[in-house]
Design a protein around this ligand. Sequence first.
Ligand SMILES: Cc1cc2nc3c(=O)[nH]c(=O)nc-3n(C[C@H](O)[C@H](O)[C@H](O)COP(=O)(O)OP(=O)(O)OC[C@H]3O[C@@H](n4cnc5c(N)ncnc54)[C@H](O)[C@@H]3O)c2cc1C
Ligand SMILES: *[C@@H]1O[C@H](CO)[C@@H](O)[C@H](O)[C@H]1NC(C)=O
Ligand SMILES: *[C@@H]1O[C@H](CO)[C@@H](O)[C@H](O)[C@H]1NC(C)=O
Length: 506
Amino acid sequence: MPSSFSSLLLFALIASSQAATISNELRRQIVASNNCCQELITKLGSDKVMLPGSAGFQELSASYYTPQESELVAQCRVAATNAADVSEAVKIVKEGECPFSVRSVGNMPWAGAANIASPGIAIDLRNINATTLSADKKVASLGPGGTWGEVYDTLDPYGMTVVGGRSNIVGVGGFILGGGFSNLSPEHGFASDNVVNYEVVLSDGRIVNANAASEPDLFWGLKGGSTNLGIITRFDVKAYPLTPKWGGFRGHTISTGPAIFNAMTQMVVKLRNDPHGGGSVVWGYNEIMQNDTIFSSYAYLGADVSQTDLFDDMLAVPFIPGTDSIRGNTNQQSLSGEVDDAFPSGLRRIFSTVTLKVDVDMVIGIYEKCHELFAPLVGKPQLQWSASFQPIAVTHLQATAANGGTPLGLSPADGDLILLNLNTVWASKTDDAAMESAVRGVIAWATQEAQTRNSYHHWLYSNYALPEQDVYSSYGSVNHLRLKNIQATYDSDNTFGRLWKGGFKL
Ligand SMILES: Cc1cc2nc3c(=O)[nH]c(=O)nc-3n(C[C@H](O)[C@H](O)[C@H](O)COP(=O)(O)OP(=O)(O)OC[C@H]3O[C@@H](n4cnc5c(N)ncnc54)[C@H](O)[C@@H]3O)c2cc1C
Ligand SMILES: *[C@@H]1O[C@H](CO)[C@@H](O)[C@H](O)[C@H]1NC(C)=O
Ligand SMILES: *[C@@H]1O[C@H](CO)[C@@H](O)[C@H](O)[C@H]1NC(C)=O
């Protein structure tokens, strides 16, 4: 029997979804979710289970990275503060057959990646955000809801760091589950390669630890299984000594593009002798520059940058005066801060990706295609697009293999690769369709052209992918099947497959 509270909610929901036209199935789901929310309030308390309109609900909704995510209004939002809360929530949504989403920090841009509209229920881990370091300083324990800026700030005083994001605002949880590219990756591989233990809530609500000794298949699967196998409530990761950093950005004219890209690929080859650095090139347009521009980025973590030849080629390429932020004695938070400034939250946005073999003409072709397809959109408020070409160095893939491998389907035999993240920004919802169509046009063109030129690599990075990009097929059929088998073992009635919305599905 619905209480007066739930009848009211039910009435409001039905009214808002046009009572005359809603299907019996939707009506059933609204009733089910309403019961789930009530049960959650009974078990976890109304301070942790928030309803739309409450200040807590609004604050957590507003703190997603993009409006596309913030705009979705869940039936209720569970602000979990520990694994037991998540376990309780999973048991309740399973029992009630209630669709739900899971959010760590909410940086994935597309609507529904980590949020859900009613009658769905949002499980929010932003408050599971503690960072601690073991007494021997070898392992850092990270809450999924922390940001990398918070993690670095906590570990710095101990003189330690971890393989984490290159932006302060990016979330721990989604980043590690997709893999995670860090300035430490050329030496230590993906962030996920450095996880030694996952604390994870399974579909039956059990809380288990997955590591090389206990639940080893699940441990392997979580290094790419994202929103399919379990909800991670703690990542235990290898910690490394903090080193002084050197790095920054430079701006270049478009005509310098081939030179700066070729210089970057020289840097990537040199990582085989000195893997303590990294960099990338970004071709793009923004309203402020009113022009297409290229940015090159630099990071060096070795003891003394004057002792390495890694960046000789890149630093020899001309740059636009006044655009050089390279400096020594800096730290990750400062380098990340420049990325945060370039990627502010609160704007409509979409990421999209392709992985390429090293091929400068392909890179120029992608830039030209972007220029062509975005040109008719110039003048749209806040328009910005940037095609960032990030190396995946062989040394990185060797570190991945040395750490036990992952389901991602990458191998050192693939050679140095180039990962494209085409990041597109605009302000108005009315421009969604036009912007997304241009993005899809570039990705379709790049995919086909790269295949024709034999510069295509099958891998799609989930943390940069469009919702329709087939991430799990891109891991290869052997890994995909093994992941499905692990899923069948740990979630035999496919609870997560049925109810957990968002992310990419096996
Ligand atoms: C400014 C900016 C800079 C970035 N820089 C980098 C970078 O340097 N390197 C890089 O590799 N990527 C980078 N990214 C991409 C980033 O890795 C992804 O956006 C990532 O998903 C962010 O993690 P999150 O916790 O905020 O994700 P969320 O949006 O919270 O979640 C992403 C997905 O993971 C699932 N998920 C989240 N938490 C859990 C959990 N605990 N258990 C199970 N599933 C979960 C969600 O359901 C969702 O589908 C950047 C993004 C931004 C916005
Ligand atoms: C981190 O979690 C704590 C409670 O667990 C919460 O009070 C705090 O607001 C969270 N931090 C952020 C920045 O959300
Ligand atoms: C745009 O870039 C071109 C070539 O780099 C240059 O000639 C032109 O002056 C620039 N325009 C603006 C507005 O900066």
